[in-house]
Design a protein around this ligand. Structure first.
Ligand code: PLP
Length: 400
């Protein structure tokens, strides 16, 4: 007789990632022969730059096919530390010893939640936020506390809003700028006020900066640039988005040394390290600076052009509540007025758009804002325009 599967209490609250569910449904419809415009994916549609691919291939032929250190190869950690030192004052003393390389920034974030938070702790999550933050905090058996962002300010939170949501149990904040799903970017002043509050209250700040290099109105600030000290800072970044290297699974954390030691010990029992050849690919991305900067600039220009084209379509429906994105590659808009009397207007809207108009987008329920939907413009411009046009048409039609 088969052993009955009873999920352990570890995963009692676990939910499947809604972003992945949508792209799977889109794939299934495609397999049936339907033409689907996929604007659900949170990944660049570009290939990894050729010089990175070539260097990674060479690393395999040079024999870099063995285990590496848990925390990652030293030259990569040195390159990450060198880059952090350039960010600004709080990064000035970062060394390779403060860096742990992981299987994507996702694992770095998970490591951070797991070693910093535990039962009884509350972690403030400016909302909407990337779906995995809530789950990661919960998997660490801490409690994610939703702090709703201000729709009049790109759905961002202020230091005052965070202070109002805090309790004596508050231990940290999950900060993400540029933000997935809104594309909002925190200004230096906004960041500083939040970092000052966290410091005054002894909270950890987990600053997820994976989209930092994809910004359209000047550069997006790193917490290392703005903070006075990094004693309570965990800065997470990686190669996935800016370098179009999602499948390589290389991310990292920059933390105070005691934290990096704990994260390393934890990771040593979980995944050990990320693939050796992927680390060499990331090393190429971080050290061949001129080529990498040119490749990133070319991709950001394309995102910028798609964003501008889509904004022209959105301009035809000026009443549609839309966050104007300054970074990342997402549009976030509120469809609740188009689907009233529904618990999850965004889910109903996204399902209708996929089934009837063949456009895959992500319901805002994934980001704890069920009235909204996210559209990714990491897709060719003509598809972005067509997809956004259909979404705006559906919104207009439903409102009639
Ligand atoms: N952080 C945010 C806000 C993301 O949107 C994503 C991916 O979608 C990640 C982290 C994970 O990136 P990685 O591929 O480096 O694990």
């Amino acid at each position: 007789m088969a052993v009955e599967f009873r999920p352990s209490s570890n995963i009692a609250l676990l939910r499947e990632s809604a972003t992945i569910a949508v792209s799977q449904r889109a794939k299934a419809l495609r397999a049936e022969g339907r033409r689907i415009i996929d604007m659900g994916a949170g990944e660049p549609d570009f290939d990894t730059p050729a010089f990175i691919r070539e260097d990674a291939k060479r690393s395999i032929d040079a024999g870099h096919t063995h285990y590496t250190a848990t925390e990652g190869i030293l030259p990569l950690r040195e390159a990450i530390a060198a880059q952090a030192r350039e960010y600004g004052p709080a990064g000035a003393d970062v060394s390779a010893l403060d860096v742990v390389v992981s299987n994507g920034s996702k694992q770095s974030l998970f490591n951070a939640c797991f070693v910093l938070f535990g039962p009884g702790d509350e972690v403030l999550v400016p909302t909407p936020a990337w779906t995995s933050y809530y789950e990661m905090v919960q998997l660490a058996r801490a409690t994610p506390v939703v702090v709703m962002g201000d729709p009049r300010n790109g759905l961002k939170v202020s230091a005052e809003m965070l202070a109002a949501a805090a309790t004596p149990r508050t231990r940290g904040i999950m900060l993400n700028s540029p933000c997935n799903p809104t594309g909002s970017v925190y200004s230096r002043e906004e960041l500083r006020a939040i970092l000052d509050l966290a410091r005054a209250r002894d909270w950890w700040v987990i600053a997820d900066e994976i989209y930092r290099r994809i910004s359209y109105e000047g550069s997006a600030a790193s917490a290392l640039e703005v903070a006075d000290s990094r004693d309570n800072l965990v800065v997470v970044d990686g190669v996935a988005k800016a370098y179009a290297m999602t499948g390589w699974r290389v991310g990292w954390s920059i933390t105070p040394r005691a934290v990096s030691k704990a994260m390393c010990a934890f990771q040593s029992h979980a995944t050990f390290h990320t693939a050796s050849m992927a680390q060499y690919g990331a090393l190429s991305a971080l050290t061949r600076r001129a080529e990498a900067d040119a490749a990133i600039a070319a991709m950001v220009e394309q995102y910028r052009a798609r964003r501008a084209a889509a904004l022209r379509v959105f301009a035809q429906a000026p009443e549609l509540p839309l966050v104007r994105p300054d970074g990342a590659f997402y549009f976030y808009f509120d469809v609740s007025a188009a689907v009233p009397d529904h618990d999850e207007p965004g889910t109903a809207f996204a399902a209708r758009l996929l089934e009837h108009a063949g456009v895959a987008i992500v319901p805002g329920a994934a980001f704890r804002t069920p009235g909204w939907v996210r559209v990714s413009y990491a897709a060719p411009e003509e598809q972005v325009v067509e997809g956004v046009t259909r979404a705006v048409e559906l919104w207009t039609e439903l409102r009639r």
